[in-house]
Ligand binder design. Structure first.
Ligand code: PPE
Length: 308
């Protein structure tokens, strides 16, 4: 998807002009993939633009870095403050997507990461619906990928590792070239894990089910956690259970969740309609409430918002 440039990118404490936010070609992360990132969204609310669950995203970034043994020279609060500033200086009053990235920079080469400089950047730009307006409204067509999700001893799945996304990128390309919107990945054990950039829920007999993150080798989604809270508040029960591909085929409803994608109904999996192929009532209720919560239209979720 094309990027719409803004004015500044925060790089190691400086606000750098967008065209100058460059790295050397011998940057460690560019070669070996050790690095961690986040995806955060900010939305226009009745009281100005607000960042959704900023602290939780930055905590996850620091946890990803801990797993990768990258020592970030900034505290949680400094990262949160810099994020607020980057939205403010770019005047993104209507909301935006925010991309923090911690990477190993220029100075050392060879696989050993110890001693390589740790660099931090935060960019923000205006970004529309990740899977398109049509998908959000009518549901997306999913394909089970021939690419398996990482084995936990091959790639730490709790970390949003830069290099880990090669796996997602292969699955996404395969699904899109075959005419689908998005891929569902199975773990090395053949059980449903997650999508290339989203977690997944099904609805069966009124109960919401999502694969247990650790067991399924899926990222612990911040949207997923928000949906659990919203679902419970709407009196729906949620359970974390392992799912097989046939559970997806037989689901009454299904949807995916992620910061970039938000909440998107699934219309079919491997060409089998989910329910009648239209977004179901529980999916619609949850999607609507989530959309209101992120836009500051639900006071009970106000604590999730950081005003800019
Ligand atoms: N699984 C994966 C693999 C993943 O990348 C994401 C976020 C999620 C689940 C959902 O996590 P959360 O955003 O905390 O609910 N994917 C980010 C990157 C997407 C991209 O294409 O880049 C995102 O949604 O920002």
């Amino acid at each position: 998807m094309p990027i719409t440039p803004t004015k500044k990118i925060w790089m190691d404490g400086e606000f750098v002009d967008w065209p100058d936010a460059k790295v050397h070609v011998l940057t460690y992360t560019l070669h070996y993939g050790t690095g961690a990132f986040e995806g955060i969204r900010a939305y226009k609310t009745p009281n100005g633009v607000a960042i959704f669950r900023l602290k939780e995203h930055m905590e996850r970034l620091l946890r990803s870095c801990k797993i990768l043994m990258m020592e970030v020279p900034y505290e949680l609060k400094e990262l949160c403050d810099a994020t607020v500033e980057i939205v403010r200086v770019n005047e993104l009053h209507d909301g935006c997507y925010i991309r923090p990235l911690v990477y190993l920079g220029y100075g050392e080469i060879g696989v050993n990461p110890i001693g390589a400089p740790v660099n931090t950047a935060i960019a923000a730009w205006s970004w529309g619906p990740y899977l398109g307006d049509h998908g959000v409204e009518n549901g997306v067509r999913m394909k089970i990928s021939s690419w398996a999700r990482h084995h936990p001893n091959a790639m730490p799945t709790a970390s949003k590792t830069v290099g880990g996304y090669v796996n997602a990128s292969l699955a996404k390309a395969e699904a899109v070239l075959a005419g689908y919107d998005e891929a569902i990945m199975l773990g090395p054990d053949g059980l449903v894990s997650e999508c290339t950039g989203e977690n997944l829920f099904i609805v069966r007999d009124g109960l919401l089910i999502s694969p247990p993150p650790s067991e399924a080798g899926a990222l612990r989604g911040i949207t997923q956690a928000s949906i659990v809270k919203i679902a419970n508040d709407l009196q729906y029960e949620v359970s974390f259970e392992t799912l097989r591909r046939d559970d997806l085929y037989l689901a009454d409803e299904a949807f995916i969740t992620g910061t970039a994608a938000e909440v998107v109904p699934i219309s079919s999996v491997d060409d089998r309609l989910v329910g009648d192929g239209r977004p179901g009532p529980i999916t619609t209720a949850i999607k609507t409430t989530y959309h209101q919560a992120i836009r500051g239209e639900r006071p009970q979720y106000e604590e999730w918002l950081t005003r800019v």
